[in-house]
Design a protein around this ligand. Sequence first.
Ligand SMILES: [Zn+2]
Length: 141
Amino acid sequence: MIKYQLNCKKCHKKFDSWFSSSNEYERLKKKKLLNCISCGSIKVEKSLMSPNFFSKNNKITTQDEKKVLEIRNKLKEYKKFVEKNLDYVGDDFAYEARSIHYGGKKRKKGIYGKASKEEIKDLSEEGIETQVIPWLEDKEN
Ligand SMILES: [Zn+2]
């Protein structure tokens, strides 16, 4: 659906009208089926831009931004949870994960840290389960 603002050239009345497409507008105009709602004249023209058409698009953008914010907030909460409950091992993640798995190294908490895609693949092939989570850097907070 497209909303056009129509202007009557005779009485200068401005009014909104809905069309299923811009083609429908042209079709009705050709058949002289477009009338001014005020004086009934068929000398009506659509405005070049319809403000409502744009506000509709803006609405979608706002919703998308809201979704992005929601996800960011969830990630922040998740990050807090991980930081509180797991030990950070930084770049030694693969090494530490193996030492727990093979060496029976006991840790009170689980670990988290950085690992490359290859390291994660190797670990999973060795039967060491890891979970990849998207991470927000502190500077982005
Ligand atoms: Zn009119």
